[in-house]
Each structure stands twice: as structure tokens, then as C-alpha cells.
Design a protein around this ligand. Structure first.
Ligand SMILES: Cc1cc2nc3c(=O)[nH]c(=O)nc-3n(C[C@H](O)[C@H](O)[C@H](O)COP(=O)(O)O)c2cc1C
Length: 250
């Protein structure tokens, strides 16, 4: 049982500036301010309906590899990144940096460097088995979407932070945290009627240099963002059933 020291917070009327939820009530727990949670809840029936609707929406998401050059405003990208950055993270360190690139010259440099790595992968770095597993997706070393898509969001994980005195402090559960944030980013992109591709031009360290990132950041995923080219075709794949992906202990 947690031994909480509950005290009335003298600043209790302050609203949480990071959320639209009205949070006027707060207390101190072990000397730290806590806000009264006021999230939404629904009837059982409504919960079921909403979860069905949400699943149906997510089930429409597909990785698209052909992009229109139609522009997407920075305002939209701002919101997508903010949505991703609401993700939970180990000790709330938020160990991520989202680099959003629309600069055509930089996109070309990224394409050239990514295709060089991919060429080496397809020419021998990938196992025979891996190449076979990719065959049905129709992918190869050519990555025109890296120039066609109006935006590339390169997600960096922050392995550690450096304080004012220059001391390094490791972040916690970095891969888990950044993976969750990327999942939320991908969902936000889909929700906005845009498409993306989870791209991993392995190894990705060329992105550190091209984007001039600090030593504590490592490239994690590269997500082109934009509208699907007309027409676009996606592999005819099927998702596992509930029985295949879940085990229930009732
Ligand atoms: C971690 C990760 C890395 C991926 N890397 C690539 C990639 O480099 N190139 C690519 O074309 N697709 C890549 N994909 C996309 C997968 O091929 C795709 O998600 C999968 O085939 C399922 O298709 P769907 O996203 O349309 O459901 C990657 C997906 C994940 C999750």
C-alpha cells in the first residue's frame, strides 16, 4: 500500500496549461502537486461502439509506398507531432525528437544516402530468408517517396540527456517509449487522412549527420508523410485474427 502524504495544494485553483481538461482541483502527494483526473468515460454500450469504430478506422490504415507531391501544411505536421508526444514514456522523460523535413534539397540528400544503404542491403547484407520475406511487398532499393512525400518525419530516440554541468543521465525504456510514440504518430497521420510508411533504411546513422543531430540522439524511424499518389496499390496482406494474437485468462 502506497503511503501517500496528502495535503491540500495551496495553488489548487491553477489549471493545467498542457491540457484542455478542466483540472481546477489538486492535492499534494508526498509534496508533489497532483491534478484531479477528469478524463472521459462512457456507458458500457457506448464504449463497445467506440472501440468498434476506432478499430474499424485503424484497420483501414495501410503502409503506402507511393506518394503524391501535394503539399501538407506545417500546421498539420505540428499537430501530428504534438499527438505523438502525448505518448507515455519511462519516468516521463519523453526521450524523442521528431525532425520534420520539407526542404527539397535535404530530402534529396536523404534519398541518396538511404538508397545507398538499401542497395547494399539488397546486394547482400540481407539474408536470403529476409529477402524472401520482403518479396510479396514489392520493395527494392529505390525510394522515390523520400523525395515525393512533402514531409519526412525522422524520429530520433534520446538515449540520454546532458545536464547543465555536462553530466549524462540515461533515459529509461527508451525503445518502448519511442515505439509507442511512433505508433501514436502513425495513427494520428492516418486519422488526418494522410498516409505514411514505417521506413527503416538500415543502418540509419547517416541521418544523424545530415540532420546535424547531437550525440545523445539515434535515428529510430523515418516516416514519409503526405497524400497517397493516385492510384496507389498496396500488398494484399491479411491481419492475424483475435484468436491468433490474444490469449485470455478469464
Ligand atoms: C519497424 C518497421 C520497419 C519497417 N521497415 C520498412 C521498410 O524499411 N520499408 C518498407 O517498405 N516497409 C517497412 N515496414 C512496413 C511493413 O512492411 C508493413 O507495416 C507491413 O508489411 C504491414 O503492412 P501495413 O502497414 O500496410 O499493415 C516496416 C514496418 C515496421 C513496423
Amino acid at each position: 500500500m502506497v503511503n501517500w502524504d496528502l495535503t491540500v495544494d495551496p495553488t489548487s485553483s491553477i489549471k493545467n496549461p498542457t491540457s484542455t481538461m478542466e483540472k481546477t482541483e489538486s492535492i499534494l502527494i508526498n509534496g508533489h502537486r497532483h491534478l484531479k483526473y477528469s478524463g472521459q468515460s462512457f456507458s458500457a454500450e457506448e464504449s463497445l461502439q467506440r472501440s468498434k469504430t476506432f478499430y474499424a478506422e485503424l484497420n483501414e490504415r495501410r503502409s503506402v509506398r507511393t506518394f503524391s507531391t501535394e503539399p501538407v501544411s506545417k500546421e498539420v505536421i505540428d499537430q501530428l507531432i504534438l499527438a505523438a508526444s502525448t505518448a507515455p514514456s519511462g519516468a516521463h522523460k519523453q526521450p524523442w525528437t521528431f525532425c520534420a523535413v520539407s526542404n527539397a534539397e535535404l530530402k534529396t540528400q536523404i534519398r541518396i544516402a538511404a538508397e545507398k544503404e538499401e542497395q547494399e542491403n539488397y546486394d547482400g547484407r540481407m539474408s536470403e530468408r529476409w529477402r524472401k520475406d520482403l518479396e510479396h511487398l514489392g520493395t527494392d532499393e529505390h525510394k522515390p517517396f523520400l523525395e515525393d512525400a512533402p514531409w519526412l518525419i525522422v524520429v530520433f530516440k534520446r538515449a540520454y540527456e546532458v545536464d547543465e554541468s555536462g553530466e549524462k543521465h540515461n533515459n529509461y525504456y527508451v525503445n518502448e517509449s519511442v515505439g509507442i510514440a511512433c505508433g501514436m504518430l502513425i495513427s494520428a497521420i492516418h486519422n488526418a487522412g494522410l498516409v505514411t510508411l514505417t521506413h527503416t533504411p538500415s543502418p540509419m546513422n547517416f541521418l544523424t549527420g545530415l540532420l546535424d543531430r547531437p550525440a545523445n540522439e539515434r535515428a529510430f524511424l523515418l516516416l514519409p508523410v503526405g497524400y497517397a499518389a493516385e492510384p496507389s496499390y498496396v500488398p494484399d496482406i491479411h491481419r492475424k485474427t483475435l484468436e491468433e494474437v490474444a490469449a485470455f485468462y478469464l
